[in-house]
Design a protein around this ligand. Structure first.
Ligand code: GDP
Ligand code: MN
Ligand code: MN
Ligand code: MN
Length: 250
């Protein structure tokens, strides 16, 4: 398996045809997985916004004041308002805002970005990243597309890439019922391949001014496994989220 970044992509603007920009710069195979940073999907979809578009309501003002008193840094209540408007559930309000986005992704500050955003205060995540992936895929010779974002995670320092949308392949391959080397049947292993590919692609894309938001994965074979599109946990089976709902920062 090989990964390489697509060279010479311009600064992406609202209305840009991302697929055409990619197509013009790389000869894609049908089997390639094209990983696209959500940042440029959002830019193309016009998800840039200014803070002035989010006049803060009482809840946002309360949250910002609390976060400001915890961190000692100034917090703009309009930013908290933007996070609230992008979210369907606030899982943690302090010491940072952890929410579920409208498409099911749990992240800090609803994944709203303030870096690599030209000409606006904020960049919101794509509204429905799997639909974005499907639209891009339609216009590419490659059959598989993943929309990625850089995300922190609990229990471990540092951030890494995750898949927030995908098209043309299942999210996971299911090893259950297959055997390990001792012939023992695997009972629980469902390998989230879109996250694993997103992490590898994100490693190549980088985080700064590299200008390489699109990475092609060539030679990845899904193999003869059952597939599953389960990706974001449902609340019912998500015991960590349930515990966090009960927990209160002091
Ligand atoms: P995120 O992980 O989706 O939030 O994206 P990042 O902000 O980390 O950017 C990922 C990569 O895309 C980095 O190499 C950036 O330099 C690059 N990048 C971000 N925006 C643009 C853009 O509009 N055009 C180009 N060519 N590269 C961009
Ligand atoms: Mn970013
Ligand atoms: Mn991001
Ligand atoms: Mn990133």
């Amino acid at each position: 398996m090989e990964l390489f970044a697509v060279a010479d992509l311009p600064e992406i603007r609202p209305g840009d045809d991302l697929a055409a920009l990619i197509r013009d710069r790389v000869d894609l195979d049908e089997d390639d997985v094209v990983c696209v940073a959500s940042t440029v999907v959002s830019k193309a979809e016009g998800r840039l916004a200014d803070l002035s578009a989010f006049p803060a309501g009482p809840r946002a003002r309360e949250i910002a004041a609390r976060l400001e008193s915890i961190s000692g840094d100034e917090k703009d209540p309009r930013f908290a308002q933007a996070v609230l408007e992008e979210s369907t559930e606030i899982i943690m309000e302090a010491p940072f805002l952890l929410t579920e986005s409208r498409f099911g992704h749990v992240s800090v500050n609803a994944g709203i970005d303030r870096s690599n955003v030209a000409g606006a205060d904020l960049l919101l995540l794509p509204k429905r990243p799997s639909e974005s992936a499907a639209r891009i895929r339609e216009e590419l010779p490659a059959d598989r597309v993943i929309v990625t974002d850089t995300c922190g995670r609990p229990f471990r320092h540092g951030q890494r890439g995750v898949a927030i949308g995908w098209a043309g392949m299942p999210a996971s391959r299911d090893w259950r019922g297959e055997s390990d080397r001792d012939g023992r049947e695997l009972g629980v292993t469902v390998q989230n391949v879109v996250d694993e590919l997103a992490a590898a692609a994100n490693l190549v894309a980088g985080e700064g001014d590299g200008g390489t938001p699109v990475v092609v994965v060539r030679g990845f074979e899904f193999g003869d496994h059952a597939g599953s599109d389960a990706h974001f946990r449902e609340v019912e089976g998500d015991f960590v989220r349930q515990a966090l709902r009960e927990w209160e920062f002091e």
